[in-house]
Design a protein around this ligand. Structure first.
Ligand code: ADP
Ligand code: 5GP
Length: 186
């Protein structure tokens, strides 16, 4: 069995965070890559758990030190995957990157073994409901995020797997099957 590097993408509000949390709880051989971001923490988010919350100045200095496997800018903030963390953890466990489509495709270019999984909503109405239900963005930020959804969903054919997050437990089981299949390839 091999350790796999899995990039899980999908539109904001589709349920990535919820699914990844369930996967982590049930599989001790899975580690979540904690990204760095320059955005402010949302209520309940803890530094070093959801993200490492760093200043723009520190982010730019780490870019110049080639410290990110990939990075991107979303909604005026930087987000990046720390290279050293991923390489170190992959020696012990399978690693999940929870990143956007552009970031995932960039990661695959640098680490071709990356398995790309896209989570998609059952329909657009449900996605909008979930995003509004989370209540962490203003109406303006939400509409910006929804505009991006169509672009992200259009990248599905570049992905190794597409998982519909309709029923949460069914989507979680499908992700567990995918991880098992990829581990067995080694
Ligand atoms: P993301 O990380 O993709 O932005 P979240 O995991 O924060 O999305 O989920 C957005 C909202 O949708 C949350 O309130 C979450 O509880 C809810 N949610 C996630 N998956 C489902 C599902 N299968 N059915 C109904 N609600 C869901
Ligand atoms: P949020 O602010 O909702 O946590 O995340 C906003 C967007 O940033 C999401 O699409 C999320 O997938 C993306 N993101 C989170 N971490 C990273 C990362 O390390 N790299 C890239 N490229 N995108 C990220």
């Amino acid at each position: 069995m091999q350790n796999v590097l899995l990039a899980i993408s999908g539109p904001s509000g589709v349920g990535k965070g919820t699914l990844v949390k369930l996967l982590m709880e049930e599989d001790e051989n899975l580690a979540l890559s904690v990204s760095c971001t320059t955005r402010a923490p949302r209520e309940g988010e803890v530094d070093g758990r959801e993200y490492f919350f760093i200043s723009k100045q520190e982010f730019l200095s780490r870019i110049s030190e080639d410290d990110f496997l990939e990075y991107d800018e979303h909604f005026g903030n930087y987000y990046g995957t720390p290279r050293s963390f991923v390489e170190r953890r992959l020696k012990e466990k399978s690693v999940v990157l929870e990143i956007d489509v552009v970031g995932a495709l960039n990661a695959k270019r640098l680490m071709p073994q990356t398995v790309l999984v896209m989570i998609v909503p059952p329909d657009m109405e449900e996605l909008e409901d979930r995003l509004c239900g989370r209540g962490s963005e203003s109406a303006c930020e939400r509409s910006e995020r929804l505009r991006r959804v169509r672009y992200e969903l259009a990248q599905q054919d570049k992905y190794d797997y597409v998982v519909v997050n309709d029923d949460l437990q069914t989507a979680k089981k499908r992700l567990q099957e995918i991880i098992q299949t990829e581990r067995n390839k080694g």
